[in-house]
Design a protein around this ligand. Structure first.
Ligand code: BGC
Length: 361
C-alpha cells in the first residue's frame, strides 16, 4: 500500500524532473531506515557532553526526523561496551562514539564493523580504529589558542620570566595530545629562549577534575608557590587549578587557560580568575555528525574535504574539522550571542555587574 503511494508520487516527480529511475531503484542496495546510536563519554570531565552535545545532537536528529538513542557511559569502560552491545541488539544502523580511550573504543568499532554497522568518531579520534568519518575541531589549533592566550595574559600582567605549569588532559585521549602539541608549539620557543620557565608538566588521567586539583596543589607546593601561569587543558581543569590558587590567595594574579566555554569557565573569566577559554561551536559539530550519520545509514558516502592521519594505522580518516575560537573577557558575549550559553545561566546575581561590564545585555 505504502509502496503504491510512493510509486504514484514518484511518477509525478519523474514527470516534473525527468528522472529516469524511481527513487526506490536509485537507493543503494544497503539503504536502511536511519537509527543512530550515540555514546557520550561521561558527564564530569566537561559539562559540554550533557549540556551541549546531547542537546545539539537531539536537535539535529529531530530536525531530520531520524530515530536516535543517545546514552552516556559515565566514564565507565565496561558500561561503554555494554551500551554498544545493547545498541547493536536494538538495531542501530549507524554508531557514533566518543571513546574513553582508543583501545576500548576500537573494540566497539570492530564489533560494529563485524555487524556491518558503519561508525563515526565524534570529537575524539580512535587510534587504530576504523570509523568511516571523524568529526571534531582542529585540536592543534585549540592548543595553540591556549598557548597564545597564556602569553597574552602574562604579557598584559607584565610578568617577567614566568614560571609555567602545564596541566594536560587525559593521556588516553588523542585530543589531549593534540591540545598539548598546539600549546607547546607556542610556549617551547619561549622556554628555549629562557623567557619562560617550565616548572611542571602533568597529564590528568581521564580528565578527572578532582585529581587535577590534587596534582596542581602538589605542583604549587613543589614550586614553593612560584607558578605564574597555568596552561590548563579545559575549563574543568582550569577551575581545579583556580580553586587551589584561591586557597593560596593567588587567583587573579596567575593566568589560567581553559576550553569548552562552560558557564563555570566563562564566570571565572568574568571574575578575572581565568585568562581565556576556547569556544567550540558544538552545534556545528553535532549537525555535521547527524548529516554524515544519516547518509551512512542510507548506504551513501558523503565527500568531506579534510582528512586526519591515524598515527597507529597511518590511514587518512575522512574528517570534518571545525575552527575553534579564543574567548577573553572582551568577547565572552560572543558565546551568549551564539546561543551556546544563555544570559540567565551566566549572569546570575554574583556576575550581573561583570556581565554588564562585558557588554552582555
Ligand atoms: C574534548 C574537550 C573536553 C575533554 C574532556 C576532549 O576530548 O575535546 O572538549 O573538555 O575531552 O571531556
Amino acid at each position: 500500500m505504502r509502496k503504491g503511494i510512493l510509486a504514484v508520487a514518484m511518477t509525478g516527480l519523474m514527470a516534473v524532473s525527468g528522472l529516469a529511475a524511481c527513487a526506490e531503484d536509485a537507493q543503494p542496495a544497503d539503504s536502511k531506515t536511519p537509527f543512530v546510536g550515540v555514546i557520550l563519554p561521561d558527564s564530569k570531565s566537561s559539562a559540554r557532553w550533557e549540556t551541549a552535545d546531547r542537546k545539539y545532537l537531539e536537535e539535529a536528529f529531530k530536525a531530520a526526523n531520524v530515530k536516535y538513542d543517545i546514552q552516556n557511559a559515565q566514564g565507565d569502560k565496561t558500561q561503554f561496551q555494554s551500551i554498544a552491545d545493547q545498541m547493536i541488539t536494538k538495531g542501530v544502523t549507524v554508531l557514533v562514539i566518543v571513546n574513553l580511550d582508543s583501545g576500548t573504543g576500537k573494540a566497539v568499532l570492530d564489533k560494529a564493523a563485524a555487524q556491518g554497522i558503519p561508525t563515526i568518531d565524534y570529537d575524539r579520534l580512535t587510534l587504530g580504529g576504523n570509523a568511516k568519518y571523524y568529526v571534531s575541531f582542529d585540536n592543534v589549533a585549540v592548543g595553540r589558542l591556549q598557548g597564545e592566550g597564556l602569553v597574552k595574559c602574562l604579557t598584559e600582567k607584565g610578568t617577567k620570566n614566568p614560571a609555567i605549569a602545564q596541566l594536560n588532559g587525559s593521556p588516553t585521549d588523542n585530543n589531549a595530545t593534540l591540545f598539548k602539541e598546539g600549546g607547546v608549539s607556542v610556549l617551547k620557543p619561549k622556554y628555549d629562549a629562557k623567557e619562560y620557565t617550565l616548572v611542571d608538566d602533568q597529564a590528568v588521567p581521564d580528565w578527572d577534575n578532582a585529581q587535577g586539583g590534587v596534582l596542581f596543589e602538589q605542583m604549587l607546593t613543589k614550586a614553593n608557590g612560584k607558578i605564574d601561569g597555568v596552561l590548563a587543558a579545559n575549563d574543568g581543569l582550569g577551575n581545579a587549578a583556580i580553586s587551589i590558587l584561591k586557597k593560596n590567595k593567588l587567583n587573579g594574579k596567575v593566568p589560567v587557560t581553559g576550553q569548552d566555554a562552560t558557564v563555570q569557565g566563562l564566570q571565572n573569566i568574568l571574575l578575572g580568575d581565568q585568562c581565556m577559554t576556547v569556544y567550540k561551536a558544538v552545534k556545528k559539530e553535532a549537525t555535521a555528525t547527524a548529516e554524515l550519520a544519516i547518509a551512512l545509514a542510507q548506504g551513501q558516502t558523503k565527500s568531506v574535504s579534510q582528512t586526519t592521519k591515524d598515527s597507529e594505522t597511518g590511514k587518512d580518516v575522512p574528517s570534518v574539522l571545525l575552527e575553534p575560537q579564543a574567548i577573553y573577557f572582551a568577547n565572552v558575549k560572543d558565546v551568549v550571542t551564539d546561543g551556546y550559553v544563555t544570559k540567565a545561566e551566566l549572569c546570575t546575581a554574583d556576575f550581573a555587574a561583570k556581565c554588564t561590564e562585558a557588554g552582555i545585555s
